[in-house]
Write a protein that binds this ligand. Structure first.
Ligand SMILES: C[S@@+](CC[C@H](N)C(=O)[O-])C[C@H]1O[C@@H](n2cnc3c(N)ncnc32)[C@H](O)[C@@H]1O
Length: 227
């Protein structure tokens, strides 16, 4: 079983958001003061909506697209709570898949921009939320898309209550480094970046010290954008 972990980047130039009391942020990790890790061990549960949505379209998860769908609704709640998503927020979601996390974000009152590479999942999530105008789904490869211009045009149409947007996403593991490289320099756009990652990836990003063989260019990058 893969163990996943929430990685939270807070914009170091902004005040910390007030999180609900039950939110289980574990604490700040050494080496990246604005990044912290929250354990999110996923158990099998009885949340069948994702399976049903996939079956209804005859779709099976594609490994090449990192399609590990979230079957535990509590983890989606934890992701939204870690970013303190609330009414009036603008949230970027990378890879909405069947829309289980999207649903939590919309229910919290956020306006959501979802970027999904797989055209079948784009169709599925658009259909699922057809009547909701707080959601925009774009069929694009996040790694190649110009996220800054998408966010700026969304800001023109919707006023965010804080003046910033948040990122909340269960991302495909194979693009995690690319996602972090794109998002961390955008401190003028995002106040928090909350990502569900494989535990070992998250630890590799925030823990290794300079003297270990694990230390890679991405660690220098993460440290640079952390206070
Ligand atoms: C780990 S799944 C998460 C799905 C959903 N958010 C959930 O929690 O169940 C990752 C999603 O990202 C999509 N995806 C994969 N590569 C992508 C890329 N380069 N850009 C945007 N979406 C991508 C996949 O099709 C899939 O829907």
């Amino acid at each position: 079983m893969t163990t996943s972990t929430l990685l939270v980047f807070q914009n170091p130039l902004l005040p910390k958001p007030t999180r609900p009391a039950h939110s289980s942020i574990a604490g700040v990790q050494k080496g990246a003061a604005s990044a912290c890790i929250v354990c999110a061990r996923s158990q099998d549960d009885d949340y069948h909506a994702t399976i049903k949505a996939l079956n209804s379209k005859g779709r099976f998860p594609r490994k090449s697209l990192g399609q590990h769908y979230m079957l535990n609704s509590e983890i989606n709640d934890q992701l939204a709570a870690a970013a303190a998503v609330q009414e009036g927020d603008i949230v970027l979601e990378i890879g909405p898949g069947t829309g289980s996390l999207t649903n939590v974000l919309l229910n919290a009152g956020a306006t959501v921009l979802a970027i999904e590479k797989d055209q079948h999942m784009v169709g599925l999530v658009r259909e699922r939320f057809a009547s909701i105008d707080q959601l925009k789904v774009l069929q694009e490869d996040f790694v190649k898309c110009h996220i800054r211009s998408h966010m700026l045009s969304l800001f023109e149409r919707r006023k965010s209550s804080s003046g910033f947007a948040k990122v909340v996403a269960n991302i495909p593991f194979n693009i995690s480094t690319d996602v972090i490289k794109q998002l961390l320099p955008m401190g003028d756009i995002f106040s928090e970046v909350v990502l569900l990652l494989q535990e070992e990836t998250a630890l590799r990003l925030v823990e290794p010290s300079l003297r270990t063989s694990e230390y890679r260019p991405i660690n220098i990058f993460v440290n640079f954008y952390s206070v």
